[in-house]
Ligand binder design. Structure first.
Ligand code: ZN
Ligand code: ZN
Length: 282
C-alpha cells in the first residue's frame, strides 16, 4: 500500500487533472486491502475433468460465477465503495446515490446478485431496469468481490503454467485481459486478467481478442515522452489493448498506470478503435 500511495502522489504531481480519479482509486484499494484481512473463503475443489479440459481443449479452470465468495464481506465492501463513489467525480457520485436509493427501497437484492455470481446478463438486466450506468455498476460489484476472487485465484495458481498457456483468455477464469505488460530484459509479454488479475504469457505479436498474427495489421502507437505506455491496435477486429512496459517504470500497480493514461484511450477511441475491457472512467 505504501508504494502505491507514493506512486499515486508522483502521478498526481505530473498530471493534476487525474487527481480526483486517483484519490478514488486509492480509497478503493485501501478498503479492499482491509477487507482481505478477514475473509472466509471455501477451498476450491477442482474436478479432474476440468483440469483435463484445460490442457486438452484450452478451457479455463473456472467460470467467473464459480469463484467462492465471502458474501458478507462483499456486501459490506460494496456499501463502502458506494460511499467512496459519492466523493468521486460527479457522474460516479450520481450513480452511487442512485444505486444506494435502489438498495434502500429494496428494489433489487444485492445479496442475491453477489451470491449468484458475476453473471453479466444479470447486471445488465438490473442496470437497465433502474437506468444505471452498466460500467460503473459492474465495476462496483466486481471490485466488491475482488478480494474474494483474488484468494480463489491464489488457490489455483499452482494448477496452471503461466509461461505456456499463450492464449488470449485467462486460463483460470476465461476472461479477456484488461492490459498487456512487458517484463524482464527481453521484454516478454504478459496479459493481465480483467477479472481475477492472473498474469500469463503471450506472444509479442498477436491480438489477444481475435488471435490475429499478421504483422502488417498489428500496429502500436504511443505518446511522445511516455514510452512506458503504448496502445496495441489490431486492424482486423478494430480493437486495442494498452501495453505497459514495466521495465520503464518503478514497481507499480498496472491498473493504476492504466487509469493514469486515460488520455491514450481517448485518443484511440476517437480513431474508432474499441477496448473490449474498459475501466469505469472512460
Ligand atoms: Zn482470470
Ligand atoms: Zn484483433
Amino acid at each position: 500500500m505504501k508504494k502505491l500511495i507514493e506512486r499515486i502522489q508522483q502521478i498526481k504531481k505530473k498530471r493534476p487533472g487525474y487527481g480526483e480519479m486517483l484519490d478514488f482509486f486509492q480509497k478503493v484499494r485501501e478498503e479492499q486491502d482491509k477487507a482481505k484481512a478477514s475473509l472466509k473463503i471455501e477451498p476450491i475443489k477442482l474436478k479432474k475433468e476440468w483440469k483435463d479440459l484445460l490442457s486438452q481443449e484450452g478451457f479455463s479452470l473456472l467460470q467467473k460465477q464459480d469463484f467462492p465468495l465471502d458474501i458478507e464481506a462483499s456486501i459490506t465492501l460494496f456499501q463502502i465503495l458506494c460511499q467512496i463513489g459519492k466523493d468521486a467525480n460527479p457522474h460516479m457520485a450520481e450513480q452511487a446515490r442512485e444505486i444506494e436509493e435502489a438498495l434502500n427501497d429494496r428494489r433489487f437484492d444485492l445479496r442475491e446478485l453477489i451470491k449468484k455470481g458475476i453473471e453479466e446478463q444479470k447486471f445488465e438486466q438490473i442496470a437497465d431496469e433502474f437506468g444505471l450506468d452498466k460500467r460503473i455498476f459492474l465495476f462496483l460489484v466486481e471490485e466488491s468481490a475482488r478480494p474474494s476472487v483474488e484468494v480463489g485465484r491464489e488457490q489455483l495458481r499452482a494448477e496452471v503454467d503461466p509461461e505456456t498457456w499463450l492464449k488470449g483468455h485467462c486460463p483460470i477464469c476465461g476472461s479477456f485481459p484488461s492490459l498487456s505488460l512487458l517484463r524482464e530484459e527481453t521484454g516478454k509479454r504478459y496479459l493481465l486478467c480483467s477479472f481475477c488479475g492472473y498474469q500469463w504469457r503471450i506472444d509479442r505479436l498477436i491480438c489477444p481478442f481475435c488471435s490475429n498474427k499478421e504483422q502488417e495489421s498489428l500496429r502500436y502507437l504511443y505518446a511522445e515522452g511516455e514510452e512506458a505506455y503504448r496502445i496495441d491496435l489490431c486492424e482486423k477486429c478494430h480493437q486495442y489493448i494498452k501495453t505497459i512496459d514495466l521495465r520503464k517504470l518503478e514497481e507499480s500497480d498496472p491498473c493504476l498506470e492504466d487509469l493514469a493514461t486515460l488520455h491514450l484511450d481517448i485518443l484511440v477511441s476517437k480513431k474508432g478503435y474499441k477496448r473490449p475491457v474498459s475501466n469505469p472512467f472512460e
